[in-house]
Design a protein around this ligand. Structure first.
Ligand code: IPE
Ligand code: IPE
Ligand code: MG
Length: 241
């Protein structure tokens, strides 16, 4: 048994293509995507993963047709509300990253209520990335630091990595170790750019609604076989130094 990721991030892509291939509408694809998300949080928790972050709605996804945006928002709120009991039973704590302010009020309330209700969970932190974009998140952090500097509370030379991290909405979670993307595209699409500096990337052709426990295990096995060097040489890792 090799290394295991402490934090897995998943770019759940391919709902639309999965539905199209079956003569279904995109909404059906997203609904099946929620089922896949349920399967994966259970499997990750059962495997002792400490942090799982699911990319549910990107800052760029606001550009989609209004109906689809509404559908994705509604599904996110329902996912949180309907999973609440299961999360509590499993010790899963819900957290969100992104800009919650722009979400429809009902959705935001449902999510905030579940964040509160699951706050005692210690088995796994499940983070939903909603209206999340890494660039946008960095911008928010830079603005917050600039405001503190302008108010005379901070000197530019006092800004270091930990300080910047704390201002990101991901501030409370560790760097991502493994990013999994379904749907065949090999890109990050503005997901956790700062936090993935040393992440292993795992891309698979399967569409998100098809994702299952066995695929998670394949990704975990691939991760375990990779040597993470963090800039050092293989010899340094073997013999120290
Ligand atoms: C992922 O599936 C869900 C979100 C981006 C919210 P897509 O809707 O992007 O599916 P494809 O890429 O069109 O197949
Ligand atoms: C990435 O998928 C965002 C989510 C999975 C939420 P997209 O389908 O939006 O990404 P692009 O447009 O193909 O880069
Ligand atoms: Mg897509």
């Amino acid at each position: 048994m090799g290394n295991r990721p402490r934090h897995i991030g998943i770019i759940m892509d391919g709902n639309g293509r999965w539905a199209h291939a079956r003569g279904l509408d995109r909404a059906a694809g997203h609904a099946h995507g929620v089922q896949a998300a349920t399967g994966v949080y259970r499997a990750a928790c059962e495997r002792g993963i400490e942090h799982l972050t699911l990319f549910a709605f990107s800052h760029s996804n606001w550009k989609r047709p209004k109906d689809e945006v509404e559908m994705l928002m509604r599904l996110s709120g329902e996912f949180a509300a309907q999973s609440q009991a299961d999360w509590k039973a499993r010790g899963i704590r819900l957290q969100v990253i992104g800009e919650l302010d722009e979400l429809p009020t009902t959705v935001r309330r449902a999510i905030e209520a579940t964040v509160d209700a699951t706050s005692a969970g210690t088995a796994m932190v499940l983070t939903l990335a909603l209206d999340y974009g890494a660039r946008n998140d960095l911008l928010g952090a830079v603005r917050a630091l600039a405001a503190r500097a302008q108010a005379g509370l901070l000197l530019p030379e006092e800004i270091d990595e930990p300080l910047l991290r704390r201002e990101l909405t991901t501030g409370a979670i560790p760097d991502v170790d493994l990013i999994i993307r379904t749907g065949g595209e090999k890109r990050l699409s503005d997901f956790l750019m700062f936090e993935s500096a040393n992440a292993e990337l795992f891309f698979l052709e399967a569409m998100w609604p098809e994702f299952n426990e066995a695929m998670l295990d394949v990704a975990l096995e691939a991760f375990a076989r990779r040597q993470r060097r963090f800039g050092r040489t293989a010899e340094q890792l073997a013999y120290g130094g």
